[in-house]
Design a protein around this ligand. Structure first.
Ligand code: LLP
Length: 429
């Protein structure tokens, strides 16, 4: 049985019983590139971006794609061509942005553990802003910038202490989290930043968490941020931009997050009401731009009935798609072809698991499927934090990736060879 409606993107849908990404049949891509393979819809990414752009129409906004969600070069290139900047968290990500043709001046650098070398690299590239996460980081950045004869543009990332009501591993704006400077320390931290010769205060930043499906945490964060902007400016320090971070959730399993345009219409009304609507804003969306634009296609290797559980063993594993193992995350799993498999034993409830030698290696639990070896399945909503979080555990090569645009499919990453996985290693003498 095929699901009548799939969670996620309208660009990923069945046509006459076959699953398509835009105008390309996934079974054709699986045949050409093998499995597991990631397939992304360009139209779905552009539609997700357009929802933000609609919400911000007529406002001064820089959208900085949080590239950790999916850092494949062709995905970065797509967003760079649409005028996006990038939220980065490492020197490696900066190098990717530049390799993809991104504009360094639209890059903002987040993260609690920036090294001196990364600061130097980012200053030399001329990035737009450092989102500084602690008082000691301010001092180090001042030092590095001074040694280069530069003034580093900075925002302080504020921890607004609001509960985003999401998985604890992806909550970032609560007092107990490692991120940002405590609300109560913010004005003093700005005063210190303004006094340091190697720094130039340009903005304020927050990010409260990820996969947020309610409006309230955002509305609360806006209020807390504006209170701070008022206090910092009263202390004589101008704030040129306000960065609200990312975090908007997507539909994995009937989740109903607000649409980006509807959310921002509301948030902007609040900003207007408080007299801040004409400011320069930044946002750092990741998941909501790419998550529902991707699928991971995998092949059933074995079907293993058991006394307590039936297992459907597939060729994708926790190294390829770590979210279920890491966060007990749900990804819908659907067949590529709707026709009931010839000789198949009908529908059963399975745990869909990978070949890795760990019980935590599962992709989906208790899924009703009619499958037999050789069938192909699509793991949905796999555009964000799947490929980018992949590893080579069990010496498994990283999957190929394909970007679909209408009826065209472009291979944007070839399947890694095993030699690639140990290229940096050496035998001892
Ligand atoms: N800005 C900062 C500073 C962040 O730390 C993050 C995500 C974002 C923006 C983008 O958030 P988004 O719009 O994607 O929610 N691996 C986890 C998610 C980790 C999110 C980390 N920070 C997962 O698979 O659910």
């Amino acid at each position: 049985m095929i699901p009548t409606s799939l969670p996620g993107s309208p660009f990923i849908a069945y046509r006459e019983g076959s699953l398509f990404v835009e105008d390309v049949r996934l079974a054709d891509l699986a045949r050409e590139h093998g499995t597991p393979v990631y397939v992304y819809s360009q139209a779905a990414m552009l539609a997700a971006l357009a929802a933000y752009q609609r919400g911000f129409e007529g406002r001064k906004v820089q959208i900085c794609y949080a590239m950790k969600a999916n850092s494949s070069l062709a995905v970065l290139q797509l967003f760079a061509r649409q005028g996006c900047g990038f939220d980065i968290v490492s020197g490696g990500e900066l190098q990717r942005v530049l390799a993809a043709g991104g504009d360094a001046s639209k890059v903002i650098f987040s993260g609690v553990g920036k090294t001196r070398a990364e600061m130097r690299q980012a200053l030399q590239a001329g990035i737009g802003c450092f989102n500084v996460e602690s008082e000691s980081e301010l001092e180090v950045l001042n030092d590095v910038a001074t040694s280069l004869g530069q003034r580093a543009p900075v925002s302080i990332r504020v921890n607004p202490n609001v509960d985003p009501k999401t998985h604890p591993y992806i909550s970032t704006g609560l007092k107990g989290n490692k991120f940002g400077v405590a609300h109560e320390r913010t004005v003093a931290t700005y005063q210190r930043a303004a006094a340091l010769p190697g720094l130039r205060v340009v903005g304020i930043d927050c990010h409260i968490g990820s996969q947020i499906t309610e409006e309230t945490p955002y509305l609360d964060a806006v209020d807390r941020m504006l209170d701070l902007v008022r206090d910092i400016e009263a202390a004589g320090i101008a704030i040129h931009h306000i960065d609200f971070g990312g975090g908007l959730g997507i539909n994995y399993n009937g989740d109903a997050p607000p649409a980006a345009d509807a959310l921002w219409t509301k948030l902007l009304a609040k900003l207007d009401a408080r007299g801040y609507g004409d400011r320069q804003f930044m946002i750092e969306p990741g998941r909501s731009l790419v998550g529902n634009a991707g699928v991971c296609v995998t092949e059933v290797l074995y079907v293993k009935p058991g006394e307590q559980k039936n297992f459907c063993i597939v060729d994708a594993a926790m190294n390829d798609l770590p979210r279920p193992a890491m966060y007990q995350a749900f990804h819908a799993i659907v067949p590529l072809e709707a026709s009931a498999p010839a000789g198949g034993g009908g529908e059963h409830v399975y745990d869909v698991v990978g070949p890795i030698c760990e019980s935590g290696d599962w992709i989906g639990r208790d899924r009703r499927l009619a499958v037999q070896p050789g069938d192909q399945l699509a793991v949905l909503s796999a555009g964000a934090y799947c490929s980018s979080m992949g590893s080579n555990y069990n010496t498994r090569s990283r999957p190929a990736e394909v970007l679909v645009n209408g009826a065209k499919a472009h291979l944007i990453r070839s399947r890694e060879s095993v030699e690639d996985t140990f290229r940096c290693e050496k035998l001892a003498p």
